[in-house]
Design a protein around this ligand. Structure first.
Ligand code: GLP
Length: 259
């Protein structure tokens, strides 16, 4: 199962993941990161940007999880723009080494395969950062997504569109389609780090970590991964049956292991 770490605050989670990325970047400056969007990973990016003086991040490579289909890449809420604004610029990454799936309608038929090829050519993702949707999705793999799925077009659920409406202007439509790394793509990464904060995520976290493996909870796929770390705050940990054990295991974990 995943290692579950319960922390006091998102900043603590951000610092833990930043430590691991710094360690990897020192060992291999060309480490390949899987980059999530949404509000959840922001503490990781903030913690990393605060450590820019310590380590050269400019050669890191990155693959975003997903993108809206048909949204102008220049739109402030396209994931290309979000990754640029929240990750590339603050971390001082080289924009040419960071890829986002191509959501242009004219190229969408081949975009999934092209993205899979690019990830393969980079040697695969070393560390994949993940958030989780309130319906248990990761990336944009909505409930029902195959555990073997690769990068492809998906239709967003009404709930996800409602959840994400806050990023769009009043009267502006949240796109109906997206292109997302599949669960099978995500499972190929070397290390999965799933983050969740706040009570709204508690049910999804418990279902993902402790519930049965089911395509109905796409994040439950992480149970199949040999190295998955789930970092949650107290509120998101609310429904975890194993919380006492997770705390004990973390408190006694050898320092050298990190996350
Ligand atoms: C979107 C993204 C997911 C993200 C989720 C949760 O649907 N495609 O990658 O995990 O939102 O967002 P937040 O972290 O803002 O709660």
């Amino acid at each position: 199962m995943a290692e579950v770490v319960i922390v006091d605050a998102p900043e603590t989670a951000g610092a833990l993941v930043a430590d691991e990325i710094v360690r990897r970047a020192r060992q291999n400056p060309e480490t390949v990161l899987g980059l999530a969007t949404g509000s959840t990973p922001l503490p990781v990016y903030r913690a990393l940007s605060a450590r820019r003086a310590e380590v050269d991040l400019s050669r890191l490579r990155g693959f975003a999880l997903d993108e809206y289909v048909g949204l102008d890449p220049a739109h402030p809420e396209s994931y290309r723009s979000v990754i640029e604004r929240e990750v590339v610029v603050p971390l001082g990454l080289d924009a040419g080494r960071i890829r986002v799936p191509d959501g242009h309608p004219a190229r969408i038929r081949d975009a999934g395969e092209a993205y899979e090829g690019a990830i393969r050519d980079a040697g695969g993702v070393d560390l994949q950062i993940l958030g989780i949707g309130t319906d248990g999705h990761i990336g944009f793999n909505e409930p029902g997504s195959s555990f073997a799925s690769l990068t492809r077009v998906k239709t967003l659920t009404a709930q996800t569109r409602r959840d994400n409406a806050r990023f769009f202007a009043v009267g502006e439509e949240v796109p109906r389609h997206c292109i997302t790394q599949g669960l099978g793509t995500i499972l190929r990464a070397g290390h999965l780090v799933l983050l969740a904060f706040g009570e709204a995520k508690a049910a999804a976290v418990a279902a993902a970590v402790e519930g049965p493996l089911t395509a109905w909870v796409p994040a439950s796929a992480i149970q199949l991964h040999p190295r998955a770390t789930v970092i949650v705050d107290e509120a998101a940990a609310r429904d975890l049956r194993g919380a006492t054990y997770y705390r004990e295991a973390w408190a006694h974990k050898p320092d050298w292991q990190g996350i």
